[in-house]
Design a protein around this ligand. Structure first.
Ligand SMILES: [Zn+2]
Length: 341
């Protein structure tokens, strides 16, 4: 079906919260990753979120290096392809740090404004502004400005408080002091207080999560921070259960018990990138090692066209990422939850 409408996206998120499951949000960078990920969602009977990072957008334009143009091209491809899959797909952009607002998020929002003014759907369903490197009040101030603009277009905003450790898309936070790696319930109350009346927003609250995969024992997750933040919002604003739409960043490498605990506390979206990157590359590595004398022209031989035609090994890569997406749907209890069934 076409990319999810605002109402469908909201219905997806509401269902997730009610049913204590979450949507995998998978980063895509190419037609192969878009197709592999959509196939995974379709086979799992699960709606899903696909997202483009600034680096992913840049990659898609080669040496032109225009992150907004690349994101637009990938989003347009996703619009066309989603129409052929039987589940609902929402389109999102990942982490936009303050320095990338100008080259990345602003032109993409302008594009959606143009489309909406012409009676079309916006290019994306939601964007993420990551102001976690700013102090909280400045972060909220900028977030407010963007949410005001997006709400008019029936789009959502995702924000981040606290800092997710590790390195992603060239953004390295390994030098950040430990206490900043944990959002406080007070931060979560402030975000709700300032943003909730403007439009729908999602909050990536950090609880010791890191981007990338770490060996077991190196990450101390404290998901109860999410529970305590929800409780603080309920107490102050007398809301129903789990008022915040929470996002789990740095989900790659987490145990199933850790993931399930966060679902109970209102996580409705979990970003998966590192694990799906590996799942895409693993079958290619296998192909190259097994067929080295076909993909290479060894000893004046001519190689094997069948082995080095990129379509052959990229098909294997698509199957790899597809399988990992299905696994993410299972981990997040999202299998068979499509709003279209
Ligand atoms: Zn993050």
């Amino acid at each position: 079906m076409p990319i999810a409408t605002y109402d469908q996206y909201c219905q997806m998120l509401d269902n997730a919260k009610k049913g204590k499951f979450a949507y995998p949000a998978i980063n895509i960078t190419s037609l192969e990753t878009i197709n592999g990920v959509m196939e995974g969602f379709a086979e799992a009977g699960c709606d899903g979120i696909i997202q483009v990072s600034s680096g992913g957008g840049q990659h898609a334009t080669g040496s032109i290096k225009d992150m907004a143009l690349g994101a637009k091209i990938l989003a347009e491809a996703a619009h066309s392809l989603a129409a052929r899959y039987p589940v609902a797909i929402a389109l999102h952009t990942d982490h936009c740090h303050p320095k990338n607002l100008g080259p990345f998020m602003d032109p993409l929002i302008a594009e959606s404004e143009k489309r909406v003014a012409a009676g079309q759907s916006p290019l994306f369903n939601s964007h993420m502004f990551d102001g976690s490197e700013l102090d909280l009040e400045e972060n909220i101030k900028v977030s407010k400005t963007y949410l005001q603009r997006l709400a008019k277009l029936n789009m959502l905003l995702e924000i981040e408080t606290g800092v997710v450790g590790g390195e992603e898309d060239g953004h390295d936070t390994s030098g950040v002091s430990n206490e900043k790696l944990y959002t406080t319930p007070g931060d979560m109350v402030r975000a709700y207080e300032e943003l909730n009346s403007i439009g729908r927003f999602m909050l990536a609250a950090t609880f010791g999560n890191v981007h990338g995969v770490y060996k077991p024992g190196n990450v101390k997750l404290t998901p109860t921070i999410l529970r305590d933040g929800q409780a603080a919002v309920i107490e102050k604003f007398k809301t129903g259960a789990n008022p915040l739409d929470l996002v789990f960043h740095g989900g790659s490498g987490s145990t199933q018990a850790e993931i399930h605990e966060t679902l109970d506390y209102g996580v409705i979206k979990m970003n998966v990138d590192t694990d799906t990157q590996y799942a895409f590359t693993r079958p290619i590595a296998d192909h190259m090692f097994k067929n080295y004398d076909g993909v290479l022209k060894v000893d004046q031989e001519i190689g094997n066209k069948k082995a080095y035609d990129p379509r052959g090994y990229l098909k294997l890569a698509m199957a790899g990422i597809k399988a990992r997406v299905i696994e993410a749907c299972q981990d997040l209890r999202a299998v068979g939850t499509s709003i279209l069934k």
